[in-house]
Design a protein around this ligand. Structure first.
Ligand code: FAD
Ligand code: SF4
Length: 585
C-alpha cells in the first residue's frame, strides 16, 4: 500500500465565536489545492468498497480520481449520473456512517474526505462550469405525473421523469420548495441558494411547481387521478409530525416542537423580524431535548438568536447521540452545553405562563431496549433544575398523516408510514407510488433521494405498461412511434442491467448488454452505455429501420447530438449494445 498522509485535508471553518451570531455558512469548503491534495490520498482501489456504502451508488473512485487530476467537470458529471443533488449531499450526508466508513484507509488512518470532495466538485461546477447539468429531455409524453411534496424524494422523481419527457407537477403544502432542505436544515449548514438552484434547474426541465396546495385537503389523491387527469402519483410527504414527551407543563409559552421552531427560523426568517413577519422568542437560556441532527440545529439556531447558554438535554450518553459527528463538534465549539444522561420530568413556568426551566433527573444506562440502545434508568434522588426561557423538543417525528388518512385503499403500517415496495415504491393503490421519510420514517436525504430514483424508474415502467394507444407524439410529431413496454426486448433492461453493472463495478470489471427498440428507451440507457467509456473497451451496435447498421467504439460517440442526428427520422430503431472491460485499466 503506498504511503498516504494519515489525516484528512482540513476544510476551513469560520471562527466559532464569530459564527455564534451569524447565519452565514460555517464550513468554507475546499480550495482547488486542498481538494486535489485530499483526492490524492485515495488509493484508486481495484475494489472500491467505499461505493458499497453509498445508498445511490455514486462512482466514488471515478469522481475522486477526476478531482485528483484536476478534471472537476468530469468529477461533477460522474456524481450527477447517480446523485442529482450533490451540492446538498456533499454538505449534509452522514458520510461517516456510509461511504467513508467503508474506505480502506479507515480506521488506521482518516478515510478519504469523500463528502468534502463531493461538495467541492458540485460547488466548482456551480461557480465555473456546466459539466454537472443534466441533459434536457428529448421526448414529450402525454401521461401526466403528480408529485406530492417537494423534499429530496419528490425533487428526484420529478427530475428523472421530466428528463424522460413526462409532464410533471409538484404539489407542495408550503409556499417554498425543498422540504426539510428548506424549512428544517438551517442556512449556516445548507445555504438556501443551493436549494433554489436545484429547483430552478427542474423548472428549466419543464417541471411545474405548485405551492400552497395541501393534498388531502385542498385536493385529494382521488381528485388528482379522476378529475385532474394524472396517470401516476408519487407521494413524498415526509415525516414532519412532531413527537412530544407528554409531561406536565408542555403547554407553557416558549416551548416549541423542533419542527415549528426551525420552520419559523429558516422558512419564515423569524431571525430577521420585523423585516419578515414571523416572530420567534429570542432566548437568554435555551434547552433543546434530544441529540440528533434536528436537536443540534435547534440549539445552534437558539444561540444565533441570542441565547447566552444553549443546552442539549439527552437521557442517554454521548455515545448514543444521533447527530453527525461534524455537527456535534461544531455545536460544542460554539459553546453548547451537553447534559448527557438527563431526563426532563416536568416544565416549570412563571405566573404569566412562560416556561422558566425544566425539572430533570439523572439517568444511568441499563440493558438494551427494543432499539438496541441501552435503556436510560432514572437515578432516585438525583433531581435538579435547568433554567431555560426557551425549550425546543427534538425527539423525532412521525410521518405526515394527511395523505394516508384521506386516501382510499392506501395501506399504512403501525407507525403511520405508507407501505411501499422498497424496490419500486409501489403502494397498495394502483398508480400510486411513495418514497422517502413517509415510507421509512425520519431518515436521511440520500435515502430519500435513492427511493425517489427507484420510484421514478418504476413509474416510467408502469406508465409504459398503461400505454395502449401507439399514436401519441414523440418530439411533437403527430403520429410518430411511441415507445411501449413491447419496445424493450429484455424485461426491464434499464433496471436489471444497471444493477448488474453496479455489482460488477465493485470488482473493477463491467460487462453488460442493453437492448432497446426506440430512441427514448435507448436515451434512458445512455448513462449505462457511457459507463463503458473511460479506459474501457466498448462497442455499441446501432441498427436503424433494419437497414442501416453501424458500430462505434468508446463513450463519446454516444453523446446526445450524435444519437439524435443518427436516429432522426428513423421509423423503427433497434439499439443493441454490449461492453466489457476493466475500469481504469
Ligand atoms: C432539522 C432536520 C435536520 C436534518 N439534517 C439532516 C442531515 O444533516 N443529513 C441528512 O441526510 N438528513 C437530515 N435530515 C433528514 C432529512 O432532511 C430527511 O430525511 C429528508 O428531507 C426526507 O426527504 P423527503 O423528501 O422524504 O421529505 P421532506 O424533506 O420532509 O419533504 C416533504 C415535503 O412534503 C410536503 N408535504 C407534506 N404533506 C403534504 C401534503 N399533504 N400536501 C402537499 N405537500 C405536503 C412538506 O411540506 C415537505 O415540503 C434532517 C431532518 C431535519 C428535520
Ligand atoms: S475505498 Fe474508495 S475512497 Fe477509499 S481509498 Fe479506496 S477508492 Fe479511494
Amino acid at each position: 500500500m503506498p504511503i498516504v498522509y494519515p489525516h484528512k485535508t482540513e476544510m476551513p471553518v469560520r471562527d466559532p465565536q464569530a459564527r455564534r451570531r451569524s447565519w452565514d455558512e460555517v464550513a468554507e469548503g475546499y480550495t482547488v489545492e486542498r481538494a486535489i491534495a485530499e483526492a490524492r490520498r485515495c488509493l484508486n482501489c481495484q475494489d472500491p468498497v467505499c461505493e458499497l456504502g453509498c445508498p445511490v451508488n455514486v462512482p466514488i473512485r471515478e469522481f475522486v480520481r477526476c478531482v485528483a487530476i484536476g478534471d472537476f467537470d468530469g468529477a461533477a458529471s460522474a456524481i450527477r449520473r447517480r446523485n442529482l443533488l450533490p451540492a446538498i449531499c456533499g454538505r449534509v450526508c452522514p458520510v461517516e456512517h456510509q461511504c467513508e466508513a467503508r474506505c480502506v484507509l479507515f480506521p488506521h488512518q482518516d478515510p478519504v474526505g469523500i463528502g468534502r470532495l463531493e461538495r467541492f466538485a458540485a460547488d466548482w461546477v456551480r461557480e465555473h462550469g456546466n459539466g454537472g447539468e443534466s441533459a434536457a429531455q428529448q421526448v414529450w409524453r402525454e401521461q401526466k405525473v403528480a408529485i406530492v411534496g417537494s423534499g429530496p424524494a419528490g425533487l428526484t422523481v420529478a427530475s428523472d421523469l421530466a428528463q424522460l419527457g413526462y409532464p410533471v407537477s409538484i404539489f407542495e403544502a408550503l409556499h417554498a420548495f425543498g422540504g426539510v432542505l428548506r424549512y428544517g436544515i438551517p442556512q449556516y449548514r445548507l445555504p438556501k441558494e443551493i436549494v433554489d438552484e436545484d429547483v430552478e434547474h427542474l423548472k428549466a426541465l419543464g417541471v411545474e411547481f405548485v405551492r400552497d396546495v395541501i393534498i388531502g385537503k385542498t385536493v385529494t389523491i382521488d381528485q388528482l387521478f379522476d378529475e385532474l387527469g394524472y396517470s401516476a402519483i408519487f407521494v413524498g410527504t415526509g415525516a414532519g409530525s412532531p413527537i412530544f414527551m407528554n409531561i406536565p407543563g408542555e403547554n407553557l409559552k416558549g416551548i416549541y416542537s423542533a419542527n415549528e421552531f426551525l420552520t419559523r427560523v429558516n422558512l419564515m426568517k423569524a431571525y430577521a423580524f420585523p423585516e419578515y413577519d414571523t416572530p420567534v422568542y429570542r432566548p437568554r437560556r435555551a434547552a433543546v431535548i434530544g441529540a440528533g441532527d434536528t436537536a443540534m440545529d435547534g440549539v445552534r439556531c437558539a444561540i444565533r438568536l441570542g441565547a447566552e447558554e444553549g443546552h442539549i438535554v439527552y437521557r442517554r450518553s454521548e455515545n448514543e447521540k444521533g447527530a453527525r459527528a461534524e455537527d456535534f463538534e461544531r455545536a460544542r465549539d460554539e459553546g453548547v452545553i451537553f447534559d448527557w444522561l438527563t431526563l426532563p420530568q416536568r416544565y416549570l413556568g412563571d405566573e404569566n405562563g412562560w416556561v422558566r426551566g425544566l425539572e430533570c433527573i439523572r439517568t444511568e444506562l441499563g440493558e438494551p431496549d427494543e432499539s438496541g440502545r441501552r435503556r436510560p434508568v432514572p437515578v432516585p434522588g438525583s433531581e435538579f433544575v435547568i433554567e431555560a426561557d426557551l425549550v425546543v423538543i427534538a425527539l423525532g417525528t412521525n410521518p405526515n398523516p394527511l395523505v394516508p388518512h384521506s386516501t382510499r385503499g392506501l395501506d399504512v403500517d403501525a407507525h403511520g408510514c405508507i407501505i411501499a415496495d422498497p424496490e419500486t415504491g409501489a403502494t397498495s393503490r394502483k398508480g400510486l407510488f411513495a418514497g422517502g421519510d413517509i415510507v421509512t420514517g425520519a431518515a436521511t436525504v440520500i435515502l430519500a433521494l435513492g427511493a425517489g430514483r427507484k420510484a421514478a424508474t418504476a413509474i416510467h415502467e408502469y406508465l409504459q405498461e398503461q400505454l395502449t394507444d401507439k399514436g401519441a407524439s414523440r418530439n411533437g410529431a403527430a403520429q410518430a412511434h411511441v415507445p411501449t413496454s413491447d419496445d424493450v426486448v429484455t424485461s426491464r433492461p434499464d433496471i436489471s442491467v444497471a444493477e448488474h453493472e453496479a455489482e460488477e463495478r465493485h470488482r473493477g470489471y463491467m460487462e453488460g448488454t442493453v437492448w432497446a427498440r426506440d430512441y427514448a428507451t435507448a436515451n434512458e440507457l445512455r448513462g449505462f452505455v457511457e459507463n463503458f467509456g473511460r479506459g474501457m473497451e466498448s462497442a455499441l451496435e446501432i441498427v436503424t429501420g433494419g437497414t442501416e447498421h453501424t458500430s462505434v467504439e468508446g463513450s463519446s460517440d454516444f453523446e446526445g447530438p450524435y444519437w439524435e442526428g443518427f436516429l432522426e427520422g428513423a421509423e423503427e430503431v433497434l439499439i443493441e449494445g454490449t461492453g466489457r472491460g476493466w475500469l481504469n485499466s
